[in-house]
Write a protein that binds this ligand. Structure first.
Ligand code: SF4
Ligand code: SF4
Length: 125
């Protein structure tokens, strides 16, 4: 079962601009997530909720130092950008069924970013 914040935007059609709905990373990990977190099934531990913008982001891209601390931040961000094909439009064919409007599994903490399990980075981007 996929659980997403009710404030997140609805998933666009495949090929449409990514709006940060978070569906793809909640369902399964991308190749980078598979490599980093050794799991194929979602939610990806790297999926972060940005309350300020009411959208999900790839925490690995937003904060590469957190997940790829062994790489210089600029290099890490550039690599992640390529690995996850960021900015290429929605490529998820996942279809959500039985959407419950009260689903708020990921809570906002100020303007910081939160991750599955309630972990917070404690700071704004
Ligand atoms: S790529 Fe993922 S986060 Fe972006 S719109 Fe598609 S399903 Fe949503
Ligand atoms: S794009 Fe980021 S959050 Fe989404 S599955 Fe890949 S590593 Fe995880």
């Amino acid at each position: 079962m996929v659980s997403l914040d009710a404030r997140a935007p609805g998933k666009p059609d495949v090929g449409g601009p990514c709006n940060g709905c978070g569906v793809c990373c909640a369902v399964e990990t991308c190749p980078l997530g598979l490599l980093l977190f050794r799991r194929r099934k979602g939610p990806c531990p790297g999926l972060g909720w940005q309350s300020e913008y009411s959208r999900y982001v790839c925490g690995v891209l937003a904060d590469p130092k957190r997940f790829l601390g062994w790489l210089p931040a600029s290099l890490g961000r550039a690599l992640v950008f390529r690995w996850i094909a960021a900015g290429k439009g929605c490529d998820s064919t996942a279809i959500l069924m039985d959407v419950e409007p009260s689903s708020t599994s990921t809570r906002a903490h100020g303007s910081g970013m939160t991750f599955p399990g309630g972990e917070s980075d404690g700071g704004a981007r």
